[in-house]
Design a protein around this ligand. Structure first.
Ligand SMILES: [Zn+2]
Ligand SMILES: [Zn+2]
Length: 72
């Protein structure tokens, strides 16, 4: 039996950490890490995910608007 590893993912900078990590917020920008797809709840099974593999939801769309200025 193989247990699938899932990840926590920052929807802003896409930093990913294993779900076993205790991190809840991204240390880079303070955005709360996603533990699953915000639209359908599918687990994040790849640290390189930018979109949900089940529903195609764009993870960046879950980043709250406003807050600190985005200086790109
Ligand atoms: Zn981040
Ligand atoms: Zn989804």
């Amino acid at each position: 039996m193989k247990t699938a590893v899932t990840y926590r993912l920052c929807p802003r900078c896409f930093r990913a950490v294993p779900e076993a990590s205790a991190e809840v917020y991204c240390p880079n920008d303070g955005v709360k890490l996603l533990t699953a797809c915000p639209a359908c709840g599918a687990p994040i099974t790849s640290p390189y995910s930018h979109f949900c593999v089940r529903c195609g939801c764009d993870f960046t769309s879950s980043v709250p608007k406003g807050g600190e200025a985005d200086q790109n």
